[in-house]
Design a protein around this ligand. Sequence first.
Ligand SMILES: [Zn+2]
Length: 241
Amino acid sequence: MKTKLLYHENSFTYECTGTIVAVEGDEVALDATVFYPGGGGQMADRGILSWDNQRVQANVIAMNKRNDVVWHTLDCTPPTLGTAIVGTIDWDFRYQMMRTHTALHILCGIIWHEFGVQVTGGQMYPDRARMDFAMENLDKERIATIEQKINEAIEADYPIRVYTLPREKAFAIPDLVRTKINLLPPTIEEVRIVEIVGLDLQADGGTHVNHTKEVGGIKITKTENKGRINKRLEIMLTNRQ
Ligand SMILES: [Zn+2]
């Protein structure tokens, strides 16, 4: 069993039709879904599944991905196998995640180009995001430079391309090797690439905007010393589109 991942085909799709192909407790799996199950620091989507000509509605209150199947946890008794459903994600929340996720990739690209350091971790929240870097020195001047460069990159409106590459091809790209591509399980033959053209290239399963200008703008709200060579930056989006 394998769920068709509509969020990978087009991150701007907010609604889909599908069929219930599995039920486990209060979780259901569909043949195809627009719901992002979470992962790579991006939060899972929220939203609604409806059926019986949209007469019955359930809230999707949690998401899980186990192997190749995406599971939607419902807040009521799930419909039976074979039921046709309409799935609708909370678009405001998702779009905020997309803008935030792209902002973090811009941050990665800037930090790499300016200082040549790698990301060690990151997490998105509904209203902010944080990222950790293998960096020794993060003074006020550097923070100001990073914030300014990110906002310049947003304003420059770089296009974002999403595509897949065969594993060997992806592993031959030096820009990808600096990220955590080496951690990809050996069973994965195709690598999904998110490229901010001219700025950043990553193996990534998340959802992104199409152009950096959609991010709006960012502010660095907090920095933290997480060790001698580990620094944490927290960002917030500033303008809504
Ligand atoms: Zn990412």
